[in-house]
Structure formats: C-alpha cells, structure tokens
Design a protein around this ligand. Structure first.
Ligand code: G3P
Ligand code: CA
Length: 271
C-alpha cells in the first residue's frame, strides 16, 4: 500500500461516528471530530415548517422514540423526540454506559444549522458532505433552503477550489439545481449501480465527483479507473471493512465514507 496514497485519502464520518454513537446526532459528530475525521457526512430533509434536519429515513421511527414522516412534523415536534437511546453500539453496550446519549442537548434532532455551527467551532478544518434526500418531491425547495442556510455561513459561493462543503445526491436533478445556482460548490453523484449511460465514466450534467457504493467498487474495480480517466474524483460509501479500505487505497479513490472513522484512520496509519 503506497504511503502517499494512504495519506491523501479523505476520511469522511458517515452520519457522524455512527458505529459508536447514534447517527446524525451531535454526539456522533462530536465523536467524529474527536476521532480525527477529515469530513462529516449528513443527510438532510425538510420538516413540515421548512427547516432542514439531519435524518436519514423518511420516517423517524427507527432512530427516535417518535413516529411519523419528517415532512409531516414541525421542528418543535421533532425537538421533543429522543434520537439517542435507541442506539446500542459495541463501544457502549447500554445507554447507562454512555450518558451523552441521554443528554438531550446531544441527542435531540440535529438541524443543518447546528451542524454547521459545530463544524465552524471544530478548532481545525473539517469539511462537510451534505446529501439531499428525496429532493424531487419538494420541487427545488430542499436545494433553495440548503443554499440559503449555507449562505448564512458564507459557504454558498466559495472561491473556486476552496469549498469546505460539497453536496451529494442520488438525484441528478438535485445536483443540477445546485450546480446552476452555485457552480463553485462541488457536487457528488451517488450511485447504487452503474447505469448504462454512465458506463464510460461520464456523470450527469451538474455532477463533478463520482460517489459509487462499495458494492460497485468490489464488483467493478475497473470502473474506478474509468471515472478517474474521465477526470472525476471518486468518493466511495460506505467503507467499513478493512479489506474494503485496502481496495479503495489500491484503486486511488479520493475519499472514503465510513461509519468507523477512527478504525479507518488507524488502518491508514494516521493515528
Ligand atoms: O454517503 C453516501 C451514502 O450515505 C448514501 O447512502 O443510504 O447511507 O444515505 P445512505
Ligand atoms: Ca447519506
């Protein structure tokens, strides 16, 4: 494994340090920053009253003590829920052993705004990869709200090559909207499979970085070289197993998105 390659790969904490802490909570992102992650990944959804919150699923049932779709709930409804105590991780067998999971300040619903504040206060450069979830049903509102929120932090129109935030999506239309409104923001097109029109390594209009799932990388390692030849950087998700990390390093991908930032950094010899 080349030392140079190992060190140039960005390690991105998927939903925070989500193996050890409840995903998408302040606790998970604080842990990821403490662990040394280069970047944080989060999913964003719009609430009924137009706030962007960091929640993966359409409904809150799996990750909180509440029920219902994020889009049908207001921020005040979501703020009353506990997004922490469902988590049983190998590192913290019970919630009694992990008091931060019971601290409502660390485990209530996380707004994108609060996450941006955390990143701004991290004390070292930390990048943010924001994924728009099911944006098509909102006809541009997710992207508009996202750019408006980034704008408040001075992050919506970065100088070329200087963005600390990138936008990811499985929706090419969502990335196209972002690229039209703010061409300097890097965009990552997430792929679960290789669609026939993208086999040659091209990406849809508006997408700059390729985001293949680990399954694609394992089954079609040659595709990564094709993406690189087409001039795209490659960010792979979700890379948790040591052999997958090794394969990504061998293929020279630019970023690894993982639930286990600490273990990956350790494997890469960075901690
Ligand atoms: O980072 C991309 C990855 O998060 C996409 O899948 O379902 O975990 O949002 P998902
Ligand atoms: Ca995601």
């Amino acid at each position: 494994m080349s030392q140079a390659r190992q060190h140039s790969i960005q390690v991105v904490a998927h939903r925070g340090a989500s193996e050890d802490a409840p995903e998408h909570t302040l606790a998970a992102y604080m842990k990821a920053i403490e662990d040394g992650a280069d970047a944080l990944e989060c999913d964003v959804r719009l609430t009924a009253d137009g706030h962007l919150v960091c929640v993966h699923d359409r409904r809150v049932n799996r990750t909180s003590n509440g029920r219902g779709a994020v889009s049908a709930l207001e921020l005040s409804d979501l703020s009353a829920l506990d997004f922490g105590t469902w988590k049983k991780s190998p590192a913290y067998a019970t919630s009694e052993e992990s008091p931060e999971y019971r601290d409502p300040g660390h485990t209530s619903v996380l707004t994108l705004e609060r996450l941006l504040e955390l990143v701004a206060d991290a004390g070292r450069p930390v990048q943010l990869a924001v994924e728009t979830k099911h944006p098509t049903r909102w006809a541009g509102q997710v992207e508009a709200r996202l750019l408006e929120t980034l704008g408040r932090f001075g992050l919506a129109r970065p100088a070329p090559g200087e963005s600390t935030v990138r936008i990811m999506s499985f929706s090419a239309r969502s990335l196209h909207r972002i690229a039209r409104a703010s061409p300097q923001l890097p965009t990552v097109y997430l792929m679960q499979y290789i669609s026939p029109r993208l086999r040659d390594g091209r990406l849809p209009a508006g997408a700059r970085i390729a985001g293949p799932g680990m399954r694609i990388v394992r089954s079609h390692p040659g595709y990564i070289a094709r993406l690189h030849r087409a001039g795209h950087r490659v960010h792979v998700w979700t890379v948790n197993e040591p052999e997958d990390v090794e394969l990504c390093v061998r293929l020279g991908v630019e970023a690894i998105i993982t639930n286990r930032p600490k273990q990956v950094l350790h494997q890469l010899g960075r901690i």
